[in-house]
Ligand binder design. Sequence first.
Ligand code: DAH
Length: 357
Amino acid sequence: MFSNLGYFTVLEMEKEINEILENFQKRLPSANTKAEVAQISAEITGPNGSLTALMKVIPTLDKAERPAAGKLINQAKRRIEPMIAEAYARIESAQMSAALGQKPDISMPNFDIPRGTLHPLTLTIRRIASILKKAGFTVAEASDMETEWFCFDALNTPSDHPARDAQDTLFMPKEAKFSNVSKHSDELYLLRSHTSSVQIRAMLAEGVPLKIIAPGRAFRRDTVDATHSANFHQIEGLYVDKNVRLTDLKATLDFLFRSLFGGSVKTRLRPSFFPFTEPSFEVDFMSADMGKLSNKWIEIMGCGMVDPKVLENVGIDAEKYSGFAFGLGVERVAMLEHSIDDIRHFYANDVRFLRQF
Ligand code: DAH
């Protein structure tokens, strides 16, 4: 194995790792005791193991190649861990049935149940939440069911406002009652068309200052195609305090998109319109590290400074307080993160897709 350390490259290392994995996969099924499993795994990940030895080679590699090499070794470790766990479970279950005199005990848990993985959208939501947590945001949640006032009126979108056209569709029957959703007056319930309604719920519940994100589902009348779904996810952001300025919003967006898509990211704001922000913007970002989309402006989300009318609607003094808000599509971020070309993959429940994350 790698006798000439000085000439080792990442490619050679990858080959080496693949051989180690192959050998491991071949030997593991023949282990019949826990000690044998421990022995085989020690030969790879133990202090004198072959992967551990490869770790030690990293510092001798070309500087530029070191991160890639580290990643390969870590990936290999992550592949090995569940296999080891499975081998232990297999042996345990064999020992158990031996102890029971071969009679199957139908009350025993099934050791063969495959472990699931987190859904890619859950992973993206968690990733964004952990980034924004560092900027002081906490997570707020509300029901998928909303009332007109929270979804529209309080957000400065009265019933005759054209901005409602694309959104106010999925109303519940008049007589519907949902005890977990507080009503503002005698309005109808609907499936929320955006998570912006959580801005209103959070301001009423918590008052100001307030710094929240609200991840969750939203629903629209959209016809389903590769980029549209009638049921999708958004992350709303809201920061209200004394002296919150546009520069705070821009800095938060820079921080978020650099953390998501690399240090080279630039963001820009283009003037736009939302009823609940003034001024309002569309956000574009550009990254040097986006495959085919590298160095191109990519439209990603809407944002703006909270319209004073929205603050007044929930009894906050707009002379004293100001804020920014943003709304980000989770599917869109996840599709860019993983180069996914069709939004429908997220909801098809095909394990061949889901297992890749
Ligand atoms: N609610 C908007 C939508 O679903 C997205 C959005 C835009 C949210 C601007 C915001 C914002 O908070 O400031 O299209």
